[in-house]
Design a binder for this molecule. Structure first.
Ligand code: AMP
Length: 559
């Protein structure tokens, strides 16, 4: 089956069992970070990769490391460190997926907030890959300092996030517990001085890998993005298609399976749609493109590979259902519209974890990709009625002359009013389509928009509310020259003082002495900062995340 993997994955030198797993997940070709990182890691070099979520970075380290692991040896061989429990679980799942064809390969995830017993048991039973958050791993090390003595591959994933969370000391303990001969790979979206220091100290002549970001121009294309949760993309697409006035549209997804799934979901809704992916024979692909050109099809759901070179002037819309791997492929994708000097429209679905990739795209293209909301039920209904109006209005002019008499006769025969008859004809003509608000909302359950301000506040744990009685304490007097700031993160978000301190020191560039008292409560925390330059500091910390959540530090007024 491996010959089905596009040349490039096979050419990278991955183990045949990994190639077989890639066929099963339906990846068609390596993403740019994968093409660059995989050979370097396979060759045994230490590496620093600058890449954010959405670039395919997990597979960029998981695939070569799995290729080098010996599943017959029942001992820990690879350690992946991740800043949060969610990321650790996600990485562990990715390792499991890519090692499906490697019998005997076991992965264990080790993170806080879960009992240690089962984690220890999985390690003892011979797992070869351990994916861990630093804090919990240090707890394990304090019970067994030999735990990591057989590790030959280390990955620090989202290293900048780890430092923001205050894991610097834990990392040092972990480094000391591993053999110096190991291979070390570090991935980070940014490379602040603190990361460079770690790399200098603990990596050996690392190769640097970064996706070149050339400025690109996309002037004739109107761009917008929508925030959605990953599991709501199909509903979101369905709603969008109702209100967007498109002629032909190309929707981009990442895998072959996704092309098939989305195309069949849209076909069930009555669209003229086809899937286009690398498994489809060349002559069939050409037929699909011809059909899109001449209007037998209106929508094509494609992977990047399969859509290469499509030039169909009818395409008014590009819908990025899955995030592209890098700004260049975004620019390629949206270049499928706006052909021949026409204005095109490009929409991008963004999941909460992908916000950063959106920022990178904006930076590289030099354009803001404005946020729009998912259409609500009323907008869908209005769009349906508008289509109906447009299809009926040209018929009204001469219909009375041709069908007026018939109408009179039917009204008389049935014994109903002309209005009742017109309503019956409409029902027939619209073929059961929902044309009332209640029906539309029943048919398309409302997709909660990720960025609805209220929801976002709740999700990020920010409460505008007051102190709960348990939290109410007499305010502590402030020292001169200090201001008190508040964040909605507290112990229930897994925050400790060292996390806040780590984040503010790293991102804010303050000296330790500049930070005063820190009070951590269940649902919020207070921190004393220098009054001088406070606004600038809060600006710097605007996008800072702690424990995977937005810090959103604000000036706190006691009154
Ligand atoms: P990551 O940047 O590691 O968070 O990956 C983002 C998403 O891209 C994940 O859902 C992966 O399953 C998917 N992905 C990674 N590499 C590929 C590839 N070569 N082809 C298609 N999808 C991929």
């Amino acid at each position: 089956m491996t010959q089905e993997v596009t040349g490039t994955f096979a050419e990278l030198g991955l183990h045949p069992s990994i190639l077989a797993a890639l066929v099963a997940v339906g990846y068609e070709e390596p993403s740019p970070i994968q093409s660059q990182a995989i050979p370097v890691i396979l060759a045994g070099h230490d590496m620093i990769g600058q890449a954010q979520t959405g670039t395919g970075k997990t597979a960029a380290f998981a695939l070569p490391i799995l290729s080098k692991i010996d599943p017959a040896k029942r001992e820990l061989q690879a350690l992946i460190l991740a800043p949060t429990r969610e990321l650790a679980l996600q990485v562990a799942t990715a390792f499991e997926t890519y090692s499906k064809q490697m019998p005997g390969l076991n992965v264990v995830a080790v993170y806080g907030g879960a009992p240690m017993g089962p984690q220890l048991k999985a390690i003892r039973q011979g797992a070869q890959v351990i994916v861990a958050t630093p804090g919990r791993l240090v707890d394990h090390l304090s019970r067994n300092d030999q735990l990591l003595s057989t590790i030959s591959h280390l990955v620090l994933d989202e290293a900048d996030e780890m430092l923001k969370l205050g894991f610097m000391d834990d990392l040092e303990v972990i480094f000391q517990a591993m053999p110096a001969s190991r291979q070390s790979v570090l991935f980070s979206a940014t490379l602040p001085a603190s990361i460079r220091t770690i790399a200098e100290k603990h990596l050996r002549e690392p190769k640097h890998i970064k996706i070149a970001a050339k400025t690109q121009t996309v002037s004739l294309i109107e761009q917008a993005h929508l925030m959605v949760h990953a599991d709501q993309k199909v509903q979101a697409v369905a709603r969008l298609l109702e209100v967007e006035e498109f002629d032909a549209l190309i929707a981009f997804v990442r895998t072959k399976q996704a092309t098939l799934d989305l195309a069949s979901a849209l076909e069930a809704k009555g669209y003229k749609v086809a899937a286009l992916n690398g498994d489809i024979a060349q002559n069939q692909r050409e037929r699909v493109i011809e059909s899109l050109k001449d209007g037998r099809l209106d929508i094509v759901v494609a992977t990047d590979v399969a859509a290469r070179g499509i030039d169909v002037p009818r395409i008014t819309h590009v819908l990025n259902v899955d995030m592209p791997y890098d700004p260049e492929s975004y620019v390629h994708r949206i270049g499928r519209t706006g052909r021949a000097g026409r204005v095109g429209r490009a929409l991008l679905l963004v999941t909460p974890r992908e916000r950063r990739m959106l920022q990178v795209i904006e930076r590289v293209t030099g354009q803001k990709v404005a946020e729009v909301r998912l259409p609500n039920g009323q907008q869908v209904l209005d769009a349906r009625i508008k289509k109906l109006t447009n299809s009926l209005s040209p018929l009204v002019a001469d219909a009375e002359a041709s069908h007026g008499e018939l109408l009179d006769r039917l009204v008389a025969d049935i014994g109903c009013s002309p209005r009742a008859l017109a309503a019956a004809l409409l029902r027939k003509a619209t073929n059961g389509q929902s044309l009332s608000l209640a029906d539309v909302e029943r048919e398309q359950p409302l997709v909660p928009s990720v960025s609805a301000p209220r929801e976002r506040r709740e999700r990020d744990g920010e409460r505008s509310g007051e102190f709960t009685p348990r939290e109410r304490r007499a305010p502590v007097p402030l020292a001169e020259g200090r201001a008190r700031c508040r964040t909605a993160l507290g112990t229930r978000d897994g925050i400790a003082a060292k996390n806040l301190l780590g984040a503010i020191l790293n991102e804010g560039g303050l000296a330790r002495e500049a930070i005063g008292r820190i009070q951590i409560r269940e649902t919020f925390s207070l921190i004393e900062l220098p009054e001088e330059g406070l606004d600038r500091l809060l600006g710097k910390l605007k996008d800072t995340r702690v424990a995977g959540k937005a810090l959103k530090l604000r000036r706190y007024r006691e009154d």
